[in-house]
Design a binder for this molecule. Structure first.
Ligand code: 4NP
Length: 160
């Protein structure tokens, strides 16, 4: 069985997408699927390349048992479009930015929005928490747990 690879994408790759990566990895680990599903994250801008996730996001995530270990990197259209099976963007701007890098419309079928996997949260995007207080980070984690849970169910169904 070939491994499925998920890439989460936000703007800076220090708040939303590393949190999505950590949450999804936590779910994958608790189901023993580490050999079947791989996760990574990236940002559409490179200002924070090499940095750990924002300390506020790491703190809120760790309170829920998620360890965010990834270092920020910029989305690389040359490699990421072909390498990943699911490219899951956080907000509508991230989605448009990623789609616009798929110049020949070869990979757009892989690109989705996290909000479309949410069931308990009626949202159309994962809002940027960077300039918010604690409640913004908690809200992002709530949305991501909802979306990741349903995305994982969908991917597991595709293995069947
Ligand atoms: P993220 O949040 O896209 O969820 O990582 C942001 C991080 C940094 C900035 C904006 C959003 N920034 O402007 O530096």
């Amino acid at each position: 069985m070939t491994k499925k690879k998920i890439l989460f994408v936000c703007l800076g790759n220090i708040c939303r997408s590393p949190a999505a990566e950590g949450i999804m990895y936590g779910f994958i680990k608790s189901e023993g699927l580490e050999n079947q599903i791989e996760v990574d994250s990236a940002g559409t801008m490179g200002y924070h390349t090499g940095e750990k996730a924002d300390p506020r996001m790491r703190k809120h995530a760790s309170q829920r048992g998620y360890d965010l270990t990834s270092l920020a990197r910029r989305f690389n259209p040359e490699k990421d479009f072909s390498n990943f099976d699911y490219i899951v963007t956080m907000d509508n701007q991230n989605y448009e930015d990623v789609i616009s890098m798929d110049r020949k419309y070869e990979y757009s079928f892989k690109v989705s929005k996290m909000a479309q996997f949410c069931k308990t949260h009626k949202v159309n995007e994962v809002p940027d928490p960077y300039y918010s207080g604690s409640e913004g980070f908690e809200n992002v984690l709530d949305i991501l747990e909802d979306g990741c849970k349903n995305l994982l169910t969908k991917i597991k169904d595709e293995f069947k």
